[in-house]
Design a protein. Structure first.
Length: 538
């Protein structure tokens, strides 16, 4: 009968870090790295071995021996995430990062057995998980840009060069580090796509709160996760708090229902205002904690306050995310994504023959072309079609007009379409044909460049979203486009725009949703007027 065990921390791994990793820079460079409590907590959970893990020497269990396949750490700027990740890489490169069975008592991990002459010896207690190094580790330090990978790689090299690991890893290159036994450590960005798909064993991913579908990093993350799964490897993710309107990799991971992702995110009390100087200082004291100099750490509280205040004047939401460790939507966001998420309705699916209104916004090359439906009965929004240009650069792409045309025809056949509002720019001829085909009492031109009309339609939609008068089916594409929409003040009121000209963050589905909801409102209003006229005639 198999012995029942509780999950246990691979303690030898944590002790190995403190014995081998050093402070990489500053006046204390070369001194042993002492883990902060938050770092110790993260490593303790990342290296938590499953109680039912079994070890066979001929075929080690690798990653699945641990409770978590990924670890997510969300922390403010300058908390020390870079040196912590560097230490993590050292462990995965040449330290006891893998489960090697359960100790009977008296067994030891001796560095001399693994080519290190530092003198580190760890004696296991009975029933404790034992550790061993990877045979040929392949580690990819991954970020959007080289500057960001340098945050980690720039701490990793001196951590090796000025400590005991210099004897184990004698040469640290500018671009990669070759490890004993044929392993290596590389840096990877979105521009180094050729390195993706390799047989990676450990992937530290930095600032995943900035990794989105738009910049191509979602694809990078998914590719690396597949590579890790094939090798029994794992990923460590570090990031600042994210903008919830962007649907980043970090956000998706934090909100995922997966049980085998460890999440560590210390947030300050919601009743403290970041705009209030006294309360902002309390927030910084909470989120930086022991990393502050007043608590024996490396972070100067006054310096953080100065940086935060400077950014606060230019971009309040970014300051609160970066230094206050809070999830805050961009200050110029049109619709709070948390409000939008509250409007998801999965209990009343669309049915064939439902009465609906449709919004259409078209382009030919640069922007998306989209169709959104809105059920007349309850104001439920859903995506009928979306045609977006590929993420790949220099791709000559045009909207497949035939597909759009066929989808419109399908919608009129599948549902009882009572009204369709179309922004006709570049599509006047086709919109005119739709009016002839499906009826000019149903298909209308609705120019979105009419400022007053657009302001009024946007206000009605926004109010309906806030007050719960509309719902949606939870389609990620519609949520993403609405999250991308930024508000712009005009003399007539608020309109929406992209975050910058020619931005790849599209908002076409948001425009379609507004048009569909506006069409629905006019259908309802038209019905009321007909009833009123009939009653007056009677």
């Amino acid at each position: 009968m198999r012995e029942q065990r509780e999950s246990s921390v691979l303690a030898v791994a944590l002790d190995w870090i403190t014995a081998h990793c050093v402070i990489p820079d500053g006046f204390e460079r070369g001194r042993p790295l002492e883990l902060y409590d938050y770092q110790f907590e993260f490593f303790s959970n990342f290296y938590l071995v499953r109680g039912d893990a079994e070890w066979v020497a001929e075929k080690p269990v690798l990653g699945p021996a641990f409770v978590y396949r990924r670890g997510l750490l969300v922390g403010p700027q300058k908390l020390g995430k870079g040196p912590m990740t560097a230490a993590h890489i050292c462990l995965e490169a040449v330290g006891p990062a893998l489960f090697a069975g359960w100790a009977s008592g008296g067994e030891v991990y001796d560095c001399r057995d693994h080519g290190c002459l530092c003198g580190f010896v760890y004696e296991y207690e009975p029933g404790e998980p034992m550790g061993m190094p990877w045979a040929t580790p392949l580690i990819q330090i991954t970020a959007i840009s080289e500057e960001q990978t340098d945050n980690i790689y720039g701490a990793l090299r001196p951590m090796i060069e000025f400590g005991p690991l210099n004897d184990v890893i004698p040469k640290t290159g500018e671009e990669f580090i070759r490890l004993p036994g044929g392993g290596r450590i590389d840096t990877v960005t979105s521009s180094a796509m050729s390195r993706l798909g390799q047989r990676v064993t450990f992937v530290p991913q930095d600032e995943c709160g900035l990794w989105t579908q738009t910049n191509g990093m979602t694809k990078v993350a998914d590719t690396q996760y597949r590579g890790l799964a094939g090798m029994g490897g794992r990923a460590s993710i570090t990031t600042n708090a994210w903008n919830p309107a962007e649907g980043s990799v970090a956000q998706q991971m934090f909100e995922s229902s997966a049980k085998d992702i460890y999440r560590q995110f210390k947030q300050p009390p919601s009743n403290l205002s970041y705009k209030n100087k006294v309360e902002r200082r309390k927030i910084h004291q909470i989120v930086y904690g022991e990393a502050l100099k007043q608590n024996g750490g490396h972070v100067d509280l006054d310096a953080i306050e100065a940086e935060a205040y400077d950014l606060l004047e230019r971009d309040p939401s970014q300051a609160e995310r970066f230094f206050g460790n809070r999830i805050v939507v961009a200050s110029d966001a049109w619709l709070d994504p948390l409000v939008w998420d509250e409007r998801v309705d999965t209990d009343s699916p669309l049915k064939k023959g439902d009465r609906i209104a449709i919004g259409f916004d078209g382009s030919l090359r640069d922007d998306s072309t989209a169709l959104v439906g809105c059920r007349i009965e309850d104001g439920k929004l859903f995506v009928l079609g979306l045609w977006e240009s590929p993420d790949e650069p220099d791709v000559d792409w045009e909207v497949p007009v035939g597909e759009v045309d066929a989808r419109v025809a399908w919608a009129f056949k599948e549902y009882n379409v009572e009204r369709m509002y179309c922004d006709p720019a570049y599509w006047q001829d086709i919109v005119g044909r739709w009016a002839s085909q499906f009826g000019d009492k149903k298909v209308f031109e609705w120019w979105t460049n009419r400022e007053r009309a657009m302001v009024a339609a946007l206000e009605r939609f926004h109010t309906a979203a806030i007050t719960g008068q509309l719902t949606h089916d939870g389609d990620e594409r519609l949520s993403r486009h609405l999250g991308n929409a930024r508000k712009k003040e005009t003399r007539s009121g608020v309109v929406i725009r992209k975050d910058r000209p020619k931005s790849p963050r599209k908002i076409d589905l948001a425009v379609c949703a507004v048009l569909a909801y506006e069409a629905r409102g006019d259908v309802i209003q038209s019905g009321k007027q007909k009833k009123k006229t009939a009653f007056a005639g009677f």
